[in-house]
Design a protein around this ligand. Structure first.
Ligand code: UGA
Length: 449
């Protein structure tokens, strides 16, 4: 049973993190006001459409809208007056040099400052957006203090609470986290934020890490950069495997993953990591370290390995086809990972753009991302909702993610419909010997048998 709470929450920024987190809090009996400047987004949300491709999110949104515990507003000042705790969940898009763009954070802090001017009771601000160490205390706090005229720690408090939600499993990640990290600078704000999460998780046993604000800020980057490092590491091993007979990177990953010091997660080799987080966060951490006069060689290598992965796949395609001009190439899997429609920093973009320079016909398929792909490629590629149509008359088929729809395909299908049955499988989703017998099968990370 969830404990009852009278604490009212507001969230600034109803993007992926803000909307998911606020809805999950409302589902745990909190009264939540979601604030966003985008009126058309608010209209959609109020009609039960999250606008985000995330399992169960629309259902949960409809549920909390009905209970009246979740409301939305474009009036930040009023929302702050009506709440005790405000989460900042705005985006931090990268600047050209890879550093963190703080425009939305600064504008949220400014708005909070104005709103707090007219509030007499204590207010806690919880920052969730990804920002480098020092940003909360050296940028956000001074803005709020200056504009509101209020005293930090006395009239308002601040905490940093990074998020670890993955697209596709965000609600489950929120409800069953490995850990909650809470950075605070005084006992009052620490007590309030701990209390919130103790109510949220009720009798569930959760690892809560209480730490300094700067530690919490760096934990977010260290966490994402470590996962990215695992991926670039296993991709490096896969690149070695490609050149040795009788090896398979998945068998190596499975064996090393049995060592509990390593563990088996994030050891699936492929065309490189994408999405809105890992590429941006690794670069931001490199840029931040460099600003401190430290060159983080390991992270630079992680990023470099990742940037080279698509080139490696392109080279394999070129080598297998001899020339690309006038060939037909099918690409299966466009999103940055399976089970999402998100194309941000997807390796498919790099690979397709590079191939297009040599005038092939490109036919693409993705179970979810076709609409988003159209925004990127326009009429430069042929879009297909049907896999058979996507591979028909093609000279080469490249599999870029491990969507369940692709896993069940049989080699005979490729043999029957393609012009030349050349299949390049960057995620090793097929049975090697079954495919190798029937089609020209290049399996990334598997040395030739
Ligand atoms: C990632 C983190 O996993 C979350 O914990 C974090 O909260 C989030 O970033 C964020 O900072 O907001 P997400 O970007 O949704 O979540 O996606 P992941 O599932 O982590 O995958 C990232 C990329 O790595 C994808 O392109 C995926 O295909 C690739 N990947 C992942 C691999 O190539 N191999 C693996 O073994 C795992």
């Amino acid at each position: 049973m969830t404990k009852k709470t009278n604490t009212k929450l507001s969230f600034i920024g109803l993007g992926y993190v803000g909307l998911t987190t606020s809805i999950c809090f409302a589902d745990k009996d909190f009264h939540v006001i979601g604030v966003d400047v985008d009126k058309s987004k608010l209209k959609k949300i109020s009609s039960g459409k999250s606008g985000i491709f995330e399992p169960n999110l629309n259902e949960l949104l409809c549920k909390v809208l009905k209970t009246k515990r979740f409301s939305i507003s474009d009036n930040l000042s009023d929302s702050i007056k009506k709440s005790d705790v405000t989460f900042i969940t705005v985006g931090t898009p990268a600047n050209h040099d890879g550093s963190v763009g703080l425009q939305f954070i600064k504008s949220a802090a400014t708005d909070i400052g104005h709103a707090l001017k007219n509030k007499s009771s204590y207010h806690l601000v919880v920052v969730k957006s990804t920002i480098v160490p020092g940003t909360t205390e050296n940028i956000i706090v001074p803005i709020i203090t200056k504009i509101s005229g209020k005293k930090y720690d006395e009239d308002f408090g601040i905490c940093y609470n990074p998020e670890f939600l993955s697209e596709g499993s965000a609600i489950n990640d929120m409800n069953n986290p490995d850990k909650i990290v809470l950075g605070s600078s005084n006992s009052k704000s620490k007590k309030i934020i701990n209390n919130l999460y103790n109510i949220f998780y009720s009798t569930q046993k959760i690892n809560i890490v209480n730490t300094t604000i700067s530690n919490a800020e760096l934990i977010k980057y260290a966490n994402n950069a470590f996962l990215a490092t695992k991926i670039s590491y296993i991709n490096t091993i896969a690149n070695i495997c490609n050149n040795i007979p009788n090896v398979n990177v998945d068998e190596i990953a499975r064996a090393i993953g049995l060592d509990s010091r390593i563990n088996s997660k994030f050891l699936s080799a492929g065309p490189g990591y994408g999405g809105s987080c890992f590429p941006k966060d690794v670069k931001a951490l490199i840029q931040f370290s460099s600003s401190l006069d430290y060159s983080p060689k390991l992270l630079i290598a992680v990023d470099e390995v990742n940037q080279l992965q698509p080139t490696l796949i392109i080279n394999i395609i070129k080598q297998k086809l001899s020339f690309i001009d006038n060939k037909t190439i099918s690409i299966l899997g466009l999103a940055f990972k399976s089970k999402t429609n998100d194309m941000r920093e997807s390796v498919a973009i790099k690979i397709i753009n590079e191939l297009l320079k040599q005038n092939p016909t490109i036919k693409v398929h993705d179970p979810e991302a076709i609409d988003n792909a159209k925004q990127i490629f326009g009429d430069r590629v042929d879009y297909h909702n049907n896999i058979i149509e996507a591979i028909k008359n093609s000279d080469c088929c490249v599999i870029l993610n491990d969507s369940i729809e692709y896993k069940s395909l049989k080699p005979t299908i490729f043999k029957k419909y393609m012009n030349k049955a050349l299949v390049i499988d960057t995620k090793r989703i097929f049975n090697y010997s079954e495919f190798n017998e029937i089609v020209d099968y290049y399996c990334y990370g598997v040395g030739s048998y």
